[in-house]
Write a protein that binds this ligand. Structure first.
Ligand code: PSV
Ligand code: MN
Length: 390
């Protein structure tokens, strides 16, 4: 397929923007080992510089999400200006209530009012930061839950959580959003206070219009039909954002599209079907990934290219023919139409598309040949390398 074959779809690809997580550029690993790599950023500024590099080679990633406290600096307005000088905006602010000793038994759903207040105050700080960074979204993921049946009253915790969230919601600005992320297990193993889209929906629905749900693709039980959840949340007007990544087993945080490209395609088909893609949509496309053994910058380049590629295939879906086949209950024809779009190799067309926009046809190769990796390896000597969790 060539750019000409892509036709007017090229215009729809033009506006695609994927937000990069600052923590993807730091070291990460498993509880067994964290392997560091030379050139890993030591500061939020260096993470942003790496994110800007991904954007320079792909034209796909103009914003970078921050995690607080991992990306805390003295002057967030200055950090914003720094990012802007590199052609980047600061995006979603992620709160963190999972690494402080005080949160052992929960944060916003903790039975202890003092702990809840500490967690609420942390979110107030995040909102202050958002005001300086110009961020729209406050993303809340909670590690809250229990490990043993009977450990705490699950029902009461839902009410406590609702009250805490309402206090935070009152504080966000009229052009800001509270985005609640769900996850079915880990670090709590018996119950999690926001385990699924239904709970997240119930909680944000009670808050109001500017409260929406974040769907992290790694946060479901194996075999879950994620595209159905996408369709439902869009239908309800509550899909706020994605944390894209892929998984073979649990919350693996591997490169999006690596484990199951077909699932990514199916998700994007529903995103487009439900109006979640394009200039009129407020759905944020973010990555939430860790690069444990591969180089981080090319890992992120590969990730955004995977999203772009599957978006192009999803845009190619012949919806009119599909609808006709569906109306006629032509099961096999309908399925064939889906598969035709999925199996279309859009890579040559996308290479041309990039060249037409003065971007490298192959961003992976261009990055490898650019010398950036060698330069940061040589320059970033000394200091403490940033990592997931610090
Ligand atoms: C939790 O597993 C999560 O997906 C949340 O989005 C956190 O903020 C993120 O991971 C940190 O990697
Ligand atoms: Mn996530």
């Amino acid at each position: 397929m060539t750019l000409t074959d892509l036709g007017p779809l090229a215009q729809q690809l033009e506006a695609q923007a994927i937000e990069l997580p600052s923590w993807a550029f730091g070291n990460s690993g498993t509880r067994f080992r964290v392997f560091g790599t030379p050139g890993t950023p030591r500061t939020p500024q260096e993470k942003i510089a790496d994110a800007a590099t991904v954007n320079r080679f792909t034209g796909l990633a103009p914003t970078v999400a921050l995690h607080i406290p991992w990306d805390r600096v003295d002057d967030f307005a200055a950090l914003r200006a720094y990012a802007q000088d590199l052609g980047m905006q600061l995006g979603t602010v992620n709160s963190n209530t999972f690494q402080d000793e005080a949160y052992k038994f929960g944060s916003l759903a903790s039975p202890d009012p003092a702990v809840r207040q500490k967690a609420i105050d942390h979110h107030f700080e995040c909102i202050e930061i958002m005001n300086q960074t110009g961020s729209r979204d406050l993303k809340i993921w909670l590690a809250d839950g229990t490990n043993y049946p009977g450990q705490d009253d699950m029902r009461r915790r839902q009410d406590t959580l609702a009250t805490s969230l309402a206090t935070i919601y009152e504080r966000i600005g009229t052009d800001q959003r509270l985005v609640l992320e769900y996850k079915f297990f880990e670090p709590a193993f018996y119950h999690t206070d926001v385990p699924d889209w239904g709970t997240a929906y119930a909680q944000v629905h009670a808050l109001g219009e500017r409260a929406v749900v974040c769907l992290d693709t790694g946060h479901h039980a194996p075999g879950t039909n994620i595209e159905f959840i996408v369709a439902q949340l869009l239908r309800l007007g509550k899909l706020g954002s994605f944390d894209f990544n892929s998984r073979f087993y649990a919350d693996d945080d591997l490169i999006v599209g690596a484990a199951d490209p077909f699932q990514l395609f199916r998700i994007l088909v529903e995103v487009i079907r439900g109006g979640g893609y394009g200039p009129d949509s407020s759905v944020a496309f973010m990555l939430d990934q860790c690069h444990n053994i591969e180089e981080k910058i090319p890992g992120q380049i590969r990730s955004v290219l995977n999203v772009q590629e599957m978006t192009a295939r999803a845009l190619l879906l012949d919806r009119d023919s599909l609808e006709l086949a569906q109306r006629e209950n032509d099961v096999l024809q309908a399925n064939e139409i889906m598969m035709d779009a999925f199996y279309t190799d859009v890579r040559p067309a996308l290479a041309e598309f990039r060249e037409a926009r003065r971007l490298p046809a192959n961003p992976m190769t261009a990055y490898k040949e650019s010398g950036y990796q060698q330069r940061i390896r040589a320059e970033r000597v000394g200091g403490a390398q940033a990592g997931w969790g610090a």
